[in-house]
Design a protein around this ligand. Sequence first.
Ligand code: MNH
Length: 457
Amino acid sequence: MSFPIPQPPTIPLIGNVTLIEPEAPNRSFDLLAKKYGEIYQLDLLGEKLIFVSSYKLANELSDDTRFEKRITNALMEVRNLVGDALFTAHSDEPNWGIAHRLLMPAFGTIKIKGMLEEMRDISNQLILKWERFGPDTVIDPSDDFTRVALDTIAYCSMSYRLNSFYREGQPEFAVAMGDFLTESGKRSTRPRVVQAVMRGTTAKYRADIKFMRDLADEIVSARRANPIEKHDLLDTMLNSRDPKTGQGMSEESIAQTLLTFLIAGHETSSGMMTFMIYYLLKNPETLRKLRAQVDEVLGTRPIQYDDFAKLPYLIAVMRESLRLYPTAPGRVASPLEDTTLDGGKFAVKKGDSILILVGPMQRDPSVWGNDAEQFRPERMLDFEALPPNAWQPFGFGARGCIGRAFAWQEVCLVMASIVQRFDLRLNDPSYALKIKQTLTVKPADLRIRASVRSTAV
Ligand code: MNH
């Protein structure tokens, strides 16, 4: 006997769409999970979307013999820029397999280790900027982490300098990208009739797409014409072949994949670092312990690759931040056949979209205990003891994050360097966490001050 999946009352034609805050859909989804429980469904403009927020159900959905990733809503719109490149590919699109097999080795730990000095080049730009600003300047960490993340991925993947630290405001490219992602999200919740009359918005959306595509095409063709010595990701894409089919990637596909790295690799990492700053400043004891470890391992010398493994408390802080706020807050699993969840309790159909709310899932008290809502990095020190799929901020299986080792090294480097170098404080000690959502989530309006440590060892 299966139970109906709970659903709030609907309005004809538009369904449940009025329940969703357009500026912060995930907050609405999370609140609805509190009200309707571990599984509920919504009708969003005629499309059914099922939401899951318990560990038990999310773990069951983490089985790629029964479920596959499905591209819905905002990700469908992101295809307007990047088509079938890795992140937004439908599971059966051949370009996904080609790019995946060709690029997996290039994102392995050895290759990422080789990018450390390039990452440091960018990280040092942030450190220098904060040093020169001194304690009297109010810093927007989210803004500077976005500069770091975007410049790092552009420099490491295609040896291209965005030079975001050398400009007033964000570079034109970063603005176009941010506007494009925000608008992609909004388009996916907008009725067609409304969309049709928003000509100005659509024209701007098209112009942003063209601007970014032109830049990516230019970078690819310039490299084709003038090869360089370095084996960066762009070089891998231009010159390797898929071991299975023997096919290379087309120039269009390469340009779309470069843009995908920029999309997938900047807000997620920058949001993560911003959450870490927030949690460290709200938990002085954690910051004190972290700094003690950083001082002990590094002293005043620059961090090296081998140091990462000697900083388990930093890793624990990273994991705990991503547990409470996974910056990519959801992923969609879709049944390969009609099936049931929880031993026959809920019936779901082939092709249904089931959105896993990763934040609520990673706060499930059945896994994390009664203090699940609290920031406590100590719980991550025994990471291997966690049940399978309980911590899943990088997604699952073959469609999980390809850039995980990249992001991990980048965040370790930047955060260790900051803690080593600066005393930090909140500009407004009473700051209360507010979330800003685009495709990803991050703290809104967080401001800090940084002074070079007087007590540095
Ligand atoms: Mn990343 C997929 C989270 C950093 C490139 N990434 C995913 C998914 C999650 C994710 C979750 C799966 C999404 C889904 O199922 O729909 N990614 C993160 C987080 C960080 C991150 C939390 C940083 C913190 N990602 C990066 C970086 C890069 C990158 C850095 C690039 C250098 N991610 C990708 C790509 C995919 C992806 C590409 C798509 C993989 C695929 O479908 O084959």
